[in-house]
Design a protein around this ligand. Structure first.
Ligand code: COA
Length: 259
């Protein structure tokens, strides 16, 4: 599928989605949000894809937020619809059974910070900046930011960032546990691929089970321990479980097929 505001490519099983509006610092207009959802669905459905990288075009910005020009004149109901549409796409990312890494190559503000937080892992370049500056516009975060930032860095710092609109440097984001790694810009994609080289050698259905179980911790009305029991049990019906245990006993590397 081709997109108006995204570039996509698959290489060695890793699908890269690049948000491509560099003149607008990759701000997320409605069309881009919808295209991200479509691109992620495509990548999940494509059996050759083992992992997904989401990044922004250009050296300056991952995503500088939702497209502010589309906010003008919205009603309460239209504002709610906009937030729900973004939240639905970001939930799709969070619940993807295939691992998704945000390669944060600059500003990750508002919807950009929220997009990065919906991914499973975050690698930031050392020029990245994170923040939820919506209060500067008389708004609050609408794409899950009040929830995911609180989950990732705790209530006190989350409230502070949402209320002050302050930005975190990449190093501060690392210190607060918002990102997994900080690297130089030229190493950003290389670090993501290095993480995928490890993950790709593991059983894909087990990786999906890890994602579902960890997500269950944050899901209202779901007991995460029960979810873990279910996901653990499901592994015993897989060919990869048999391959993994047999390979261990035979002292060889497992060759997983995702079945
Ligand atoms: N929505 C729409 N357009 C945006 C945007 C956004 N969130 N963020 C940046 N842009 C556009 C600017 O309007 C400008 O477009 P123009 O050249 O047509 O005027 C272009 O991207 C470059 O941005 P500019 O502000 O000139 O770059 P800068 O380096 O001076 O500042 C930022 C960078 C990120 C600090 C600044 O763009 C900014 O504060 N953006 C908004 C961040 C925000 O509030 N995000 C949350 C939205 S809910």
């Amino acid at each position: 599928m081709s997109f108006e505001n995204l570039l996509t490519k698959t290489e060695n099983g890793i699908h890269t989605i690049t948000i491509n509006r560099p003149d607008k610092l990759n701000a997320l207009n409605k069309k881009t949000v919808q295209e991200i959802g479509d691109a992620v669905k495509d990548a999940i459905a494509e059996s050759a894809v083992k992992g997904i990288i989401i990044t922004g075009a250009g050296p300056k910005s991952f995503v500088a937020g939702a497209d502010i020009s589309e906010f003008v004149g919205l009603s309460v109901e239209q504002g709610k619809t906009m937030a729900k549409a973004g939240q639905d796409v970001f939930k799709l990312i969070e619940e993807s059974p295939k691992p998704i890494i945000a390669a944060v190559n600059g500003f990750a503000l508002g919807g950009g910070c929220e997009l990065a937080m919906a991914c499973h892992l975050r690698v930031a370049s050392d020029n990245a900046k994170f923040g939820q500056p919506e209060v500067n516009l008389g708004l609050i975060a609408g794409y899950g930011g009040t929830q995911r930032l609180t989950q990732l860095i705790g209530k006190a710092k989350s409230l502070e960032l949402h209320m002050t609109a302050d930005m975190l440097t990449a190093q501060q984001a690392l210190q607060f546990g918002l990102v997994n790694y900080v690297v130089s810009p030229d190493q950003l994609i290389i670090k993501c691929l290095e993480l995928f080289e490890k993950i790709k050698t593991k059983a894909p259905l087990a990786i999906a089970g890890v994602i579902a179980s960890v997500n269950a911790y944050y899901t209202d009305g779901v007991n995460g321990f029960d979810a873990e029991v279910t996901e653990f049990g499901k592994c015993f019906a897989t060919t990869d479980f048999k391959e993994g245990t047999t390979a261990f006993l035979e002292k060889r590397k497992a060759n997983f097929t995702g079945k």
